[in-house]
Design a binder for this molecule. Sequence first.
Ligand code: PMP
Length: 361
Amino acid sequence: MTQVFNFSAGPAMLPREVMLQAQEEMLDWHGSGMSVMEMSHRGKEFMEIATTAEQDLRDLLSIPENYKVLFLQGGASSQFAMVPLNLINRTGKADYTRTGSWSKKAIAEAKRYGEVNVIADTYIDDKFTSQPQADELTVSADASYVHYTPNETIEGVEFSYIPDTGDVPLVADMSSTLLSRPIDVSRYGIIYAGAQKNIGPAGLTIVIIRDDLIGQAIDYTPAMFNYDTHRGAESMYNTPPTYAWYLAGLVFQWLQGKGGLAGMAEINQRKATALYRAIDDSGFYQNPVDHECRSWMNVPFTLNNPDLDAAFLEQAKQAGLVTLKGHRSVGGMRASIYNAMPQEGVDALIEFMADFARRNG
Ligand code: PMP
């Protein structure tokens, strides 16, 4: 069987142990004679899977009692609409930071539902390579909420701090950073993430929302886009993405075995530090992002000579290192090194990069 290290930004690698367990349980989950895929979402078996997964996620992130966890569909992109639909009604206005491609999309969507005030914009010289300084962020007095993107997956820019928004609820698109390290959930009004990076397969979207923010949606909000609908139905208003939910549950258990999120953070920081050092010391590769806000999860880099890009990608693939092509808007390469990317994968990439530089330098 061919095994590669897959540096895709998402859907991304899942832990090998989890995949093997899913394979083992594929046709017969715990003696039920059924695959999880075939179970009724309201049956006893699936209810057990669902509640265990939620409890494990709560334990991993120490989610306070007054937060609801929702297991939804529609991806983070649906949250770009759900957040304003549910939250902007209070004042009709919201603050957003603009730090990369994904926050741009969130802003464009929010503008359909109210007035968006961009309180920080780091677009300089056709690029996003920095974070706003904490003391530059001024929250509007009449903002219903503040939205930001802690990790910009395409540009590899990551906030090194949690913005202080006082009493104004802070909303975070954590698609590419949730579960990579411990976070203080109580600092947020809403945290949301598409699952296909650190959580599980595509099709599941996790929303962690403070209770008091539910129930204020604009009148015309579709039922499926109203957080209140999903709170009331325990994420079972309609058929949830059952298999993705189950697999996420296996990932949560795998994380517990890794020492929880503190253990994971140590591993992730080690991997990222090694890769950035290899880039910075090479004289052959470059990463344009300010050092203080370099992402632990998505590491974009360029070759000083872009004529070598195609050869780099082809030879990397032959060495079992795949999906390294950068996003078309940024160019060059991008190595996404989420939780499931083992240290050996990063070591293999670093070794390949050094070897390629030696042969072509
Ligand atoms: N936000 C961020 C930060 C992302 O990385 C992505 C996906 N790459 C999205 C939003 C969109 O997510 P989805 O495809 O689940 O809608």
